[in-house]
Design a protein around this ligand. Structure first.
Ligand SMILES: Cc1cc2nc3c(=O)[nH]c(=O)nc-3n(C[C@H](O)[C@H](O)[C@H](O)COP(=O)(O)OP(=O)(O)OC[C@H]3O[C@@H](n4cnc5c(N)ncnc54)[C@H](O)[C@@H]3O)c2cc1C
Length: 431
């Protein structure tokens, strides 16, 4: 495990304990009060996979998941591209690279065991000019180091055998990249957590999570309290708000991603996932196409700042969420450094014509009339105060609480491995 790449951050828990002593709810556990071994905050795929791993590793332990919404998997877990990534992009040795490889294998096994379909449609990364060949070569090298199975370099005619609608000078092909419905996996996990003896409380929005000398206190609706020996917070788009000082140098920036549905006959000619050579300075993948597990072909998602962290309507505005982004100095540094990209992403969002123009670089036959506005998702992307998007997964400990502060793509692919990793971290002695 690449411990060096982990951003473990020891916080001043003494201060938390001092605050706690003035809190009437935290005078120690009454002897008859139920104390969970672990309270998991967030019923997305990461929280559910963590609870599932805990209950399987330690049968009989007391694990409760608390979820703000009425259903599990209401946010990123059900608003994503559904791609089971094979590990093409990630820096070798990073948490993303290690946990994606392990998570993919665990996800494949879980889906096999539960009759959840995965379609191995494959992934093509296409260089459209000689200028992109060095970038493609670097990606091939990286993917090889990450152990991406079955990876091949393709020339112009070979790539057309795999994707006849695509034009390019060269490509790499990952045949084990698949597609599936992560929300279906999450719903299955929720059922199993309960069968394994866990408790799932929905419509239970957490207001605060506090590490104490005895364990932790999770405060929810109407001042209701869950006490635990440990807590793991997997709150996705709200992660920074529950982390307090553990997130004092990071902010969650919500990035909307909109899709276009591709209509027939073009959709019939797209067989798998097709991507450009990405900009290495950004964690987003550029203009791409995905054949989904239900057979639809979607173009996107793009990436542009969202003004709400939880409303899936185009251009919904939450004053609190907007102020959180626009009032963060890091955001303005990022915006100034990426003005050109921001304009392109915005135009892709509002104009099918602009999106089709960009896609035409490697799918020459696409027209704006092939693209029809589809749904959108909102990514939880952590940014540091200097305006850098944090690339790797980021997990920090605050006393008896573990906070998942950055779990963007491929975190759904990696979810079982992230859960396994967090379950192991819980066992580590609290500093
Ligand atoms: C547009 C898009 C495309 C993507 N494509 C892919 C892909 O193809 N492949 C891939 O592997 N990954 C992909 N991802 C990433 C993947 O979806 C996420 O990394 C993953 O779903 C994160 O899971 P999570 O459980 O951390 O977050 P979420 O699914 O967002 O779950 C967090 C949960 O916490 C709950 N919560 C928040 N605050 C509170 C609170 N105060 N109290 C109680 N509960 C709370 C929320 O209601 C939510 O249910 C994509 C993401 C997006 C947005």
């Amino acid at each position: 495990m690449p411990v060096a790449s982990l951003s473990w951050h020891l916080l001043d828990t003494i201060r938390f304990m001092a605050n706690e002593s003035s809190n009437p709810m935290s005078t120690g556990y009454p002897p008859d009060h139920d104390v969970d071994d672990v309270v998991v905050v967030g019923g997305g795929i990461i929280g559910l996979a963590t609870a599932w791993q805990l209950l399987r590793q330690r049968p009989g332990s007391l694990v409760t998941i608390v979820e703000a919404e009425a259903d599990v998997a209401s946010h990123q877990t059900s608003h994503n591209s559904g791609v089971l990534h094979a590990g093409v992009y990630y820096a070798p040795g990073s948490l993303k690279a290690v946990l994606c490889a392990r998570g993919r294998a665990l996800m494949e096994q879980f889906c096999l065991d539960h009759d959840i379909p995965i379609d191995f449609t494959g992934k093509l990364v296409v260089a459209v000019s000689d200028a992109e060949l060095p970038g493609l070569a670097r990606l091939f090298e990286r993917s090889t180091q990450n152990g991406v199975p079955g990876l091949r370099r393709l020339d112009r005619s070979e790539l057309r055998q795999i994707e006849p609608a695509v034009e390019g000078v060269a490509a790499i092909h990952s045949p084990r990249t698949g597609v599936l419905d992560f929300a279906e996996v999450a719903r299955q996990l929720a059922e199993e957590v309960v069968v394994l003896g866990g408790t799932l409380l929905t419509s239970w929005p957490v207001r605060s999570v506090q590490s104490t000398a005895e364990g932790c206190i999770v405060t929810g609706p109407g001042g209701a309290v869950r006490r635990g020996r440990q807590a793991v917070v997997c709150a996705g788009l709200q992660a920074d708000r529950l982390a307090g000082d553990a997130a004092k140098d990071v902010r969650i920036l919500p990035f909307r991603g909109s899709w276009y549905r591709v209509s027939q006959p073009l959709a019939d000619r797209i067989r798998g996932s097709i991507y450009p050579v990405p900009d290495p300075s950004l964690p987003f993948l550029g203009v791409h196409l995905t054949r989904r597990v239900n057979g639809e072909v979607w173009a996107g998602p793009n990436a542009f700042l969202a003004f709400s962290r939880r409303t899936y309507k185009p251009w919904a505005v939450s004053p609190r969420d907007s102020l959180s982004s626009l009032g963060y100095p890091g955001f303005w540094r990022f915006a100034v450094a990426n003005l050109g990209t921001a304009w392109t992403e915005f135009s892709h969002d509002v104009s099918a014509r602009a999106y089709a123009n960009s896609l035409r670089q490697y799918v020459p036959d696409v027209r704006a009339s092939d693209l029809h506005r589809g749904p959108m998702g909102i990514r939880a992307q952590a940014m540091d105060a200097r305006g850098h998007l944090i690339d790797d997964f980021l997990i920090r400990r605050d006393g008896n609480v573990l906070h998942v502060l950055n779990a963007p793509s491929p975190a759904a692919t990696s979810s079982f491995a992230i859960g396994e990793f967090l379950a192991e971290k819980i066992d580590e002695e609290t500093p």
